[in-house]
Design a protein around this ligand. Structure first.
Ligand code: ZN
Length: 179
């Protein structure tokens, strides 16, 4: 399978899986726009992203948020991509507070593709939350999200200066702009 075939297969599968979901917020943005944004951020900052990184970025919320399983991802995309998706999938048996803490605790141990997806995901979410997309969150909830995202990104350690700078910049701008 060519690189583009693999990437479009991942995009198509993610779009199918997320088809009934919308992002939170008043614009009812289709959920698939979120993994597309995360993948776009990676292509902007990484000169030659691997096929596995791009496919895993497109698929990163499929197991957490749809009925797809890691076995489905192994069968369709192979064990390497599935392993990255697994790393960025929260354990659904944990409470919200527990899985938030687990993201912080596990951050230093993630593989490098998983770290890249994790930070691009946080950049995309901060942009949404501090922009027009999630107006139904109150100020306190937004601040709590920013604080937590900062903790997760800090725990990732030093791995990609530009992405880390961009994240910090988004948070700084977000804190000034949210109401
Ligand atoms: Zn995500």
């Amino acid at each position: 399978m060519s690189n583009l075939q693999l990437q479009f297969k991942a995009l198509n599968y993610a779009a199918e899986q997320h088809k009934a979901q919308r992002r939170k917020g008043n614009e009812s943005v289709p959920y698939i726009n979120h993994p597309i944004k995360v993948t776009t951020i990676l292509t902007q900052f990484i000169t030659q992203p691997s096929d596995e990184l791009i496919a895993a970025a497109l698929l990163h919320d499929v197991v957490e948020d749809t009925d797809a399983t890691i076995d489905d991802i192994i069968n369709l995309f192979g064990p390497t991509i599935a392993a990255i998706v697994q790393e960025v999938t929260d354990d659904k048996s944990l409470s919200k507070a527990e899985s938030k803490q687990k993201q912080i605790d596990h951050a230093p141990h993630l593989s490098s593709p998983a770290k890249l997806i994790r930070i691009a995901d946080k950049i995309a979410n901060v942009r949404d939350i501090c922009g027009e997309n999630i107006p139904d969150w109150d100020y306190k909830t937004k601040i709590e999200y920013l604080n937590w995202a900062e903790e997760v990104v800090r725990a990732l350690g030093t791995f990609h200066d530009e992405l880390q700078f961009t994240f910090k910049d988004e948070v700084r701008w977000g804190r000034l702009s949210i109401k």
